[in-house]
Design a protein around this ligand. Structure first.
Ligand SMILES: Cc1cc2nc3c(=O)[nH]c(=O)nc-3n(C[C@H](O)[C@H](O)[C@H](O)COP(=O)(O)OP(=O)(O)OC[C@H]3O[C@@H](n4cnc5c(N)ncnc54)[C@H](O)[C@@H]3O)c2cc1C
Length: 424
């Protein structure tokens, strides 16, 4: 590991001279913004961050780290819960400026640069009524999710994200550039599909795409139930899921209803059991397939409706804003995976819709800060291109038991708390 004293002797100007992108050093005013990742609990202090613009920048960064004995970290979307995209005293290659996409609708493939978010890819493929399996939040990075496997709404029908990876361009530790696929560098291709981020820096991914819905229009949205119904709902969901056609998928969780349109105001902030559904089959079969969902139990809200697939993919982006604190646990079976997301309310980066409603709580809450934590200003990526204004209309149907105005409560009840118990 490079020490702080040794860092001072690193010839950063040599690297800056060969990069198209910028080098950000600890003395720079935006250092704290640039080093921040999604999880607000992560407080890593890299020696420098190279904001790569192209493959040549990545090669230069890898060579520079190797020649100067620096630890190298690679950052895609910055969503990793443990913050593995940034490391103390390392040179971070930040690929978040490399976000080009190219779709070949005839071959049904999409090529995405290494710094893309899924919002970038969904936007590009939606124009052709296509999609590739990914996660359920548009701001998650393509790189980290793919290299770790990747599950989402399309997984039941088309497999995991890695099952749809056709090729990856990779800069290896010696600075060489290869394309890994079934046709070449097959060992590397095997390792990339689930092995995480340790096999090189992926500068672009090629995915197989699939048609979804009727020309990209699917039927999706949340169905909310009262928390008292949780056990009954979960048992029903567990039994029902295997019998459903693969065109229908959903994830279930305990969540606070976002305090903003399009959700009905009487439900804002209420903690509910929710299932978010996505049906990607032909529209003329939708009524039949969705019948058991529409008729089960006593839902507070049935928000199922036609919408572009890309709209469902980004509808929760405002809930999962950078700066929230998060811990997670998952199992390979996916049957008992859990994750927790906690709003500290201490940062303007954290859940703005929540903070706006909880000002009094924030102003009195003690603020925990590690001794070396530097002040962070709102990140430039906040509400970035992958995010959405949450403008997907959700009809106010079948609501019951309106909650009282939660703004009077002492505690922040607007916390987007999701205990994800299963993703199908
Ligand atoms: C709000 C939220 C929702 C999520 N939803 C889902 C979901 O629905 N389905 C799912 O499967 N997962 C989901 N995840 C988990 C997510 O897939 C992982 O956290 C993933 O690592 C994020 O990738 P990233 O590029 O954003 O992260 P980063 O933190 O940038 O990177 C993660 C890892 O990949 C490495 N890496 C990044 N870019 C590259 C590159 N170009 N080349 C080589 N290595 C690289 C990093 O070094 C690091 O080790 C979610 C996470 C969050 C925070």
């Amino acid at each position: 590991m490079t020490t702080t004293a040794a860092r001072a002797t690193v010839p950063w100007t040599d690297l800056a001279a060969v990069l198209r992108g910028r080098i950000v050093l600890p003395a720079d005013p935006d250092y704290d913004t640039v080093r921040a990742v999604y999880n607000g609990m992560i407080d890593k202090q890299p020696a420098a961050i190279a904001q790569c613009r192209d493959v040549a920048d990545v090669i230069a960064g890898v060579d520079f780290a190797r020649e100067n004995g620096l630890t190298l970290a690679v950052r895609g979307g910055g969503h990793h819960a443990a913050g593995l995209g940034v490391t103390d005293d390392a040179l971070v290659l930040d690929l978040s400026s490399m976000r080009g996409t190219r779709v070949d609708p005839e071959q049904r493939i999409v090529v995405a640069d290494g710094g893309c978010t899924w919002g970038d890819v969904d936007h590009a493929t939606a124009a052709f009524g296509l999609a590739t399996p990914s996660g359920i939040v548009g701001t998650t990075g393509v790189a980290g999710l793919t290299l770790g496997g990747g599950t989402g709404y399309l997984t039941r029908r088309y497999g995991m994200t890695v099952d749809n990876l056709l090729a990856a361009d990779v800069v290896l530790a010696d600075g060489s550039f290869v394309t890994a696929s079934e046709d070449g560098h097959r060992d590397l291709f095997w390792a990339l599909r689930g092995g995480g981020g340790n096999f090189g820096v992926v500068t672009s991914f090629t995915f197989r795409c699939h048609p979804v819905g009727d020309a990209g229009t699917i039927i999706g949205g949340p169905v909310f139930y009262a928390l008292d119904d949780l056990g009954e709902v979960m048992r029903w969901y567990r039994e029902l899921l295997p019998s459903l056609p693969v065109e229908l998928s959903g994830w279930i969780g305990i969540m606070a209803v976002p305090p903003a349109p399009p959700f009905p105001e009487e439900l804002w902030g209420r903690t509910v059991c929710g299932i978010v559904w996505c049906y990607t089959g032909p529209g003329d079969r939708a009524d039949e397939v969705l019948e058991p969902i529409r008729t089960f139990g006593s839902p507070l809200l049935v928000g199922l409706q036609p919408m572009p697939y890309a709209a469902l993919q980004s509808v929760f982006d405002p809930l999962f804003r950078p700066g929230c604190s998060g811990t997670g646990r998952a199992t390979s079976s996916g049957r008992s995976a859990t994750s927790r997301s906690r709003c500290t309310g201490a940062s303007p980066r954290c859940c703005p819709a929540v903070s706006r409603r909880c000002t009094s709580t924030r102003s009195t809450a003690p603020r925990r800060r590690s001794p070396r934590t530097r002040r962070r200003s709102p990140t430039a990526t906040e509400g970035g291109p992958g995010s959405s204004s949450g403008s997907t209309p959700i009809p106010r149907t079948r609501t019951r038991s309106p909650a009282g105005p939660a703004t009077t409560r002492r505690r922040c009840t607007r916390t987007p708390r999701v205990a994800r118990t299963s993703t199908s």
